[in-house]
Design a protein around this ligand. Structure first.
Ligand code: GLY
Length: 425
């Protein structure tokens, strides 16, 4: 098969790495890709949000199967564009991608299908939103209803912070159309984990869980980011908790979407909050997590391509995937300044040496080549990923590789997997 992956981040590098190992893949393209992806796929400079350009590219290259990586094109309807052109695609339709594109859509689905999640209300009127916040008290969570590049969620510790957040969104136009409506919800205490499942709209193939680290600095301090590191498996998501989350959250969602004539085909990424009462849904995403995908692809022992195709074609119930029992962990190297302003173009050295550390793969998230030089080209730049029999050893391997990378303009967290390292069973 001739396969095209849409995207150019660490998630897409990990997907291309896994897909390129499949005997079913005769030629792999990635658009736009990056300097690391270029080692396993031919990269072509078409933007991730350019549906017409991506469809035309797939037609020109005679692509048999497309895998869409990021959320924005899915929410905008890129999968429908490929389907309309008669090209098989991995990724949900625009209608089904509302699970990520609209917080209130998902909340209402949860209400209709008894899926456990935080209590909430949706507002477009500032005065009503403020009155609700005052009645509920803090802590309380304010979310832009639409897609806001991972920045539209404010966990307000005081009533004043919550009011400032809704004012920014509803009156200040902080997130544009994405913030024209807000969802205000109960603060959930507990430990947050990411759980993934493939679905063909009817059947579900559970993948595994992972835990991300959303804050920029050690100790979960600093601003929210797209994710500064991840690891898998996650001790709190043991087999019993995993089964419960599948039964109480994922399966009713897939059945509910099908019953409402919005079958979801692709990967469901459930952000879960786990406390003494079990799992509750924080949010859905309609694509693989980034950087969770990187650790999942390291642990996956089976060919991923048949499973991705079955999401589009149906018959996922006839497939099973094998996973390594080992731990995988990824450390994000980001450009200093991220997630705020940062400069592109600094040179990264030492990647070849770092990549030789046992069990290590380096996925590129934001790089470009300049002759033989590798330059930073984004906020999140590299995902230094390691596998080992224990999470402690995976972490040691990953940081050993990080320390061989010569890039003074970058930074990383030094405490990835702090919840799992040294945790008593
Ligand atoms: N790991 C966060 C995300 O993919 O949205």
């Amino acid at each position: 098969m001739r396969i095209l992956v849409v995207g150019g981040g660490g998630r897409e590098h990990a997907l291309c790495w896994a897909i390129s190992a499949s005997p079913l893949c005769t030629k792999l393209y990635c658009a736009p890709g990056n300097a690391g992806i270029a080692q396993v796929a031919e990269c072509i400079d078409v933007g991730t949000e350019d549906t017409a350009g991506q469809v035309a590219l797939a037609q020109r290259l005679k692509i048999d199967f497309v895998v869409i990586g990021p959320d924005a094109p899915l929410v905008a309807g890129m999968a429908d564009g490929f389907t309309a052109a008669g090209i098989k695609v991995f990724g949900p339709s625009k209608a089904a991608a509302q699970l990520e594109g609209s917080k209130s859509f998902t909340k209402e689905l949860c209400r209709r299908h008894n899926i456990p999640t935080a209590a909430y209300e949706r507002f477009t009127d500032l005065d009503k939103a403020i009155a609700y916040i005052k009645a509920q008290g803090a802590p309380i969570v304010v979310k832009a209803d639409g897609l806001a590049a991972g920045k539209g969620v404010i966990v307000a510790e005081t009533v004043d912070q919550a009011i400032e957040a809704v004012r920014d969104m509803l009156a200040g136009n902080r997130f544009g159309a994405a913030g024209a409506a807000v969802v205000i919800e109960e603060f959930m205490a507990g430990e947050e984990v990411s759980l993934f499942a493939l679905t063909d709209g009817e059947h579900v193939l559970p993948l595994v869980g992972a835990q991300d680290h959303k804050r920029a600095f050690d100790g979960d301090k600093g601003p929210h980011t797209g994710g500064m590191g991840a690891y898998s498996p996650v001790p709190i998501l043991d087999a019993a908790m995993f089964d419960r989350a599948m039964r109480e959250i994922i399966l009713p969602t897939v059945r509910g979407m099908k019953a409402e004539c919005l079958p979801f085909k692709g990967v469901l990424y459930a952000g879960l909050m786990i406390d003494g009462n079990g799992p509750r849904l924080v949010e859905y995403n309609c694509r693989f997590g980034d950087p969770e995908c990187q650790v999942m692809m390291m642990r996956l022992k089976s060919d991923i391509v048949p499973a991705l195709i079955a999401c589009a074609d149906g018959g996922l119930n006839h497939l099973a995937l094998r996973w390594s029992d080992q731990a995988a962990l990824t450390v994000i190297l980001a450009t200093k300044g991220y997630p705020d302003a940062y400069k592109n173009g600094s040179e990264i050295r030492g990647l070849a040496e770092a990549g030789k550390v046992e069990g290590v793969e380096i996925f590129h998230a934001g790089t470009k080549s300049d002759g033989t030089r590798i330059l930073a080209n984004g906020g999140r730049v590299l995902n230094v990923t390691a596998m080992a029999p224990t999470v402690e050893e995976a972490r040691n391997r990953a940081y050993r590789a990080v320390d061989l990378i010569d890039w003074p303009e970058g930074f990383c967290r030094r405490d990835i997997a702090w919840r799992a390292v040294g945790r008593k069973p």
